[in-house]
Design a protein around this ligand. Structure first.
Ligand code: 5GP
Ligand code: MG
Length: 183
C-alpha cells in the first residue's frame, strides 16, 4: 500500500482509489458542523457517543472545535450471525455511563443502509436520554433502507465505497488524512 497521505491516487490490496475529499475540505466542513452544534448545545452539557472504529478521527477533530462543556463516550456495535432465522444480531458494547436525561449526540463516520444507526438509536432510546441527535460525517442517501432522522451531515455522497479518515478497506487506510473513493 502506498502510505503517502496526500497522494491523489493509491492502491490498497490491489484495489485502486482516487482522491474524493481533501483534508482541507473535510476540516472546513467539520468547522461548520461544530459551529452548528455550538449554537444548538451551548450550556446543555451533552454526551457525544462516538461509534468505533470508523469515527475516531471525525470525533477527535470535531470535538476540538466544540466550545461547550461536553463528555464523550466511545462505543462499538458488534454484529454477528444469530442462531435465529432472523439473521444478523447487533449488540452495543462500551456504554458505561448513565445517559438518562442527558442530551446525546451520536457521532458516526458514514451511514449507508442506515441499519446500524437504526439499531443504535433504538437501543439508546431505552435509556431515556433527554434528547438524541445523530451527526454523521458522510451519508449515502440512496442506500438508506430505513427511515432515519439525521440531524447533522457532513457530506451527502452517492453509493460508492470510500476509505480514509477513519474508514477502512479490509482494516487498512483508516490512517489517511483524506477520503478516497474506489475506482
Ligand atoms: P450501515 O449499517 O449504515 O449500512 O453501515 C454502516 C457501517 O458500514 C459504517 O459505519 C461503516 O463501517 C460501513 N460502511 C458503509 N459504507 C462504507 C464505505 O463506503 N466505506 C467504508 N470503509 N465503510 C463503509
Ligand atoms: Mg461506522
Amino acid at each position: 500500500m502506498d502510505k503517502f497521505p496526500n497522494m491523489d491516487a493509491l492502491l490498497i490490496n490491489n484495489q485502486a482509489f482516487q482522491l474524493f475529499l481533501t483534508e482541507a475540505e473535510i476540516m472546513a466542513r467539520i468547522a461548520q458542523l461544530a459551529q452548528q452544534l455550538n449554537a444548538d448545545y451551548s450550556s446543555r452539557k451533552p454526551i457525544f457517543i462516538a461509534v468505533l472504529n470508523g469515527s475516531f478521527m471525525f470525533a477527535s477533530d470535531l470535538l476540538k472545535a466544540i466550545q461547550f462543556d461536553c463528555e464523550i463516550q466511545f462505543v462499538k456495535v458488534n454484529s454477528y450471525q444469530g442462531m435465529q432465522s432472523s439473521g444478523k444480531v447487533q449488540e452495543l458494547i462500551g456504554l458505561n455511563q448513565n445517559i438518562a436525561n442527558r442530551p446525546i449526540i451520536i457521532l458516526e463516520d458514514i451511514i449507508d443502509t442506515g441499519l446500524t444507526m437504526h439499531f443504535l438509536i433504538t437501543d439508546l432510546l431505552r435509556y431515556e436520554p433527554e434528547s438524541l441527535a445523530v451527526c454523521s460525517l458522510l451519508l449515502k442517501p440512496d442506500a438508506l433502507k430505513v427511515k432515519l432522522q439525521i440531524d447533522y451531515v457532513g457530506f451527502e455522497v452517492s453509493n460508492q465505497f470510500l476509505v480514509g479518515y477513519g474508514l477502512d478497506y479490509n482494516g487498512l487506510a483508516r490512517n489517511l488524512r483524506q477520503i478516497y473513493q474506489a475506482v
